[in-house]
Ligand binder design. Sequence first.
Ligand code: ADP
Ligand code: MG
Length: 342
Amino acid sequence: MKKRICIILCIILIVTLSACTCGTSEASFQAMDTVMSLKVWGSSDACEKLEDRAHALDERLSPTCADSDIYRLNENGSAALSDDALSLIKRTLELSAQMKAYFDPTVYPAVCEWGFIDGNYHVPDDEWLAALVSLIDSSDVVVDGDTVSLKSGMSIDLGAVAKGYLADECREILYDSNASGAVLNLGGTILLYGSKPDGSDFKVGVADPENPAGYFGYLSCSEGVIATSGGYERFFEQDGKRYIHILDPTTAKPVDNGTLSVTVFSRDGVLSDALSTALFVMGADKAAEHWRSHRNYDYILLSDDGKLFITEGIADSFTLADGYHFEIITVSQEDAYAKKQP
Ligand code: ADP
Ligand code: MG
């Protein structure tokens, strides 16, 4: 009798354990010049499809891969593009038109000149910078059917939005694969999909710019895309000054406005990714103004004076990690009304 109970208990244990693990699949790989890690619940084949999609998009959108759509466009000044490259360029141009002084995919010649692509870092002289500024203007990009054309000397880079686009594409794949939930870390751009098996909120760490392997705080949230832009991701130092890979399109120079990192949360991957770059360039005050006039996203902005700005939509969902003492400032709609008071 005892033996039989033991066997039954063992079977129950094995069934329970396999039910817990077979519903989870994980993968980790390199794409888009970064490491991506996937965790999916409720679908055994989604990870493979997601990884395939990441590699396929990388091949189309990379500005350095010789067969990519973007490389062909930059080399020839005009090219017929795949649906992916075309739809992302159109969306990027729309977003750039709305915030051109801060977000512009035609900064690419300047990104190259500063050395952020080939690693040959240097500070261009003023004459060069003036020439580079004259090449930056997304309204000079012409889309005619599936053909995109650039002004002479111009080139583009979708690096600020490619991971966000991938996040949106991954959401579709997860839906089609009947996944119940997923956390996809696409090199710092994170897609939160569906729900976790225990139904609890997702908890995402926000990287500490001083020590990017660690987190200065945590955000609890439901579905959406979280994108972070930080000067710490790629930079060089010369004569004691740090030059970062996010450029001000109006000067062709690395941004130097006191912003250390910006994390954006929204339902839309391309929007989150574009805004993390754009709000970084705007800096704290203009970012707050932009949020107040749009409000279809939330953000966390850390500046070098120890101030942490958080929009009211996610302020209660954010927890500062132990040992961090930033001054937290909630950005709310009311401030705008308060400012209007005589
Ligand atoms: P990352 O790709 O490191 O996660 P971002 O999303 O902020 O960071 O994108 C930065 C990349 O976008 C840069 O490497 C550069 O190629 C490009 N870029 C830099 N400044 C701008 C800008 N103001 N607008 C659009 N793209 C930019
Ligand atoms: Mg971005």
